[in-house]
Design a protein around this ligand. Sequence first.
Ligand code: ADP
Ligand code: MG
Ligand code: MG
Length: 251
Amino acid sequence: MLKISDLKVKLEEEDKQILKGVDLEVGAGQVHAIMGPNGSGKSTLSYVLSGRDGYEVTGGSASLEGVDLLDMEPEERAAAGLFLAFQYPVEIPGVGNMTFLRTSYNAQRKARGEDEVSAAEFLKLVREKAKDLKIDAEMLKRPVNVGFSGGEKKRNEILQMAVLEPKMCILDETDSGLDVDAMKLVSDGVNALRSEGRSFLVITHYQRLLDHIVPDVVHIMANGRIVKSGGPELALEVEKNGYADLMDEVQ
Ligand code: ADP
Ligand code: MG
Ligand code: MG
């Protein structure tokens, strides 16, 4: 599904190399987790994959189902099936969340050469998805992200994911405010959306999240590289011993 080879990235504005050769392959239907010390480049990886400005790829490749991602505009990546949670963190007063979500949905359909859906059809679709996920869709009537609580942002994120039906979902749970309730929302949402044709990359420093979303593979990222990969037990090892032991091991 996702194949990243020797990906090297620096900041556009500064001569600072952040990713120093990342290798990662996520198979269809798999859930991979990335853990690692602060500043190791986890968020940078997700930003570069989604096409955010400010980064320069200096080497390597990243593809989705064999198609080069790095050459595409962010919208094209989304249409190809890539989803980055919090790709729309901006508050947009005056624009209803539902309208915004429908615009994204229709933009993706259009990019794939499919017909747009009407407001009424879309409402029906969203209600069904929300019901499946036991999410209250009321917040969709409010302006995009304006005054959303942490929990509402998480609900919104999961609902966006359910509606847009991406193939490759990247969740960067960078938010230190991920409390027990938010963690449950995220893990229930991901588990409900797990399927054969959909893969997840979950970036987290909360081992506990991985008690609920049991990953197929856990990767440890440090200093701009994936330094170790293993099964779910690797997350427990990190929880118990911290990163220091692992770092000694790989150096
Ligand atoms: P992580 O998510 O693993 O904590 P990040 O990807 O956020 O790590 O950051 C990796 C490194 O790159 C850090 O040293 C961070 O300070 C730096 N960095 C990332 N983006 C920027 C930026 N836009 N400007 C300056 N430094 C940045
Ligand atoms: Mg950080
Ligand atoms: Mg981060």
